[in-house]
Design a protein around this ligand. Structure first.
Ligand code: PLP
Length: 393
């Protein structure tokens, strides 16, 4: 069967090989510690489950408007006002099947063939692929480790061509966990405004920021930046609701209308029951969200110390999300591996610890460790990695 060109250019997931190997080892009865997870390990809070059950009992199981329930949009509007003092009207919001599909739909309605999208590396694996699926061209710009993996306005300026249509900002970031300050966002925003570039601001990890820092959306910095920005967000990470598949986009009305039109011919509405669950998530207090956040903060601090004590390993300290993205090149070389990817495979084989190689995120010297697992498991994983490095040096 001859497949369409558009899917043939998709890059196979570099995490797949490792994940498949980890699964096979587990099946054979090995005690594998998986640090590859991209989702919180907590249950969805009880009050959200109750709201979903109630929605089912009340027969709220039919089609909703393609762009989402008006009452859910109202709670999203209220959330924007509460959290960022941002005003969006109902026509400037679309509820989607997770943040992932908000991004997919956005690129489909935004990009013409050959339009360029600036994607800072390290990047979330789906950005370049989604841009390509919309016949756009991802322009990968390396955010340097010495600059805490953050793009500078000069780098954006250099990457701009007459084909540049959009730029992606993901703060807090997957995989690095770094967050941009207000000033950094403002400076990048100015370059985007100067060149009429749409800013795609993926804020899915907004609620997972540790220490004294606060989340800033680039859209809240000025009215013109708000007009140039499409915010992407959702309940997956904040409320441990990855399986419910509720995300949303907010921004320019014409764009949102086009996205809603596309959704009406492709997916129709996100699951009605999930929408009622999300409505509860955003209407209730954030007590449960904060409990999860505090647990993540404790794990981050401990794991960061364990990881940075490993020989040949350095790590930019994450401020948010639930990942560490250390550079392990020196450790891999000292163990006799030229490529970090091979080091990751050997670590899995010998010590049964599954990490994600950084190559899939556009940073081949790094690995991603997720701390969406218990402290005991994290401590044991750090011990095993240490043993592996010491054995091979
Ligand atoms: N954006 C980033 C940066 C992510 O890490 C993820 C999930 O891993 C998503 C978007 C997608 O989130 P959702 O599960 O809501 O589709």
């Amino acid at each position: 069967m001859e497949l369409a060109d558009r899917v043939q250019s998709l890059t196979p997931s570099s995490t797949l090989a490792i994940t498949a190997k980890a699964k096979a080892l587990k099946k054979e009865g090995h005690d594998v510690i998986g640090l590859a997870a991209g989702e919180p390990d907590f249950n969805t809070p009880e009050h959200i489950l109750t709201a979903a059950k109630q929605a089912m009992d009340e027969g709220k199981t039919k089609y909703t408007p393609s762009g989402g329930l008006p009452e859910l949009k109202h709670t999203i509007q209220a959330k924007f006002k509460r959290d960022q003092n941002l005003d969006y009207n109902e026509n400037e919001i679309i509820v989607t099947i997770g943040a992932k599909h908000a991004l997919f739909t956005l690129f489909q309605v935004l990009l013409n063939p050959g339009d360029e999208v600036i994607v800072p590396a390290p990047f979330w694996v789906s950005y370049p692929e989604q841009v390509k699926l919309a016949q756009g061209k991802p322009v990968i710009v390396e955010a340097k480790e010495q600059n805490d993996f953050k793009l500078t306005p000069e780098q954006v300026e250099e990457a701009v061509t007459d084909k540049t249509k959009a730029l992606i900002i993901n703060s807090p970031s997957n995989p690095t966990g770094v967050i941009y300050t207000k000033d950094e966002l403002k400076a990048i925003g100015e370059v985007c405004l100067k060149h009429n570039i749409t800013i795609v601001s993926d804020e899915i990890y907004e609620k997972l920021i540790y220490g004294n820092e606060e989340h800033t959306s680039i859209a809240q910095l000025s009215e013109t930046l708000k007009e140039a920005t499409i915010i992407i967000n959702g309940v997956s990470k904040s409320h441990s609701m990855t399986g419910w598949r509720i995300g949303y986009a907010a921004g320019n009305e014409t764009l949102i209308k086009a996205m809603t039109n596309l959704a009406s011919h492709s997916t129709s509405n996100p699951a009605s029951i999930s929408q009622y669950a999300a409505l509860e998530a955003y209407s209730a207090s954030e007590e449960e969200v904060n409990k999860m956040k505090n647990a993540f903060a404790e794990r981050l601090n401990k794991l960061y110390n364990w990881v940075t004590e490993l020989p040949g390993v350095s790590c930019v300290k994450p401020r948010g999300a639930f990942y560490l993205f250390p550079n392990v090149k020196e450790a891999a070389n000292a163990c006799g591996y030229d490529e970090v990817f091979d080091w990751v495979e050997a670590l899995l084989e010998e010590e049964k610890v599954a990490l994600v190689p950084g190559s899939g995120f556009g940073a081949p010297d790094n690995v991603r460790l997720s701390y969406a697992t218990s402290l005991d498991q994290l401590e044991e994983a750090a011990k095993r990695i240490k043993r592996f490095i010491e054995k091979h040096q």
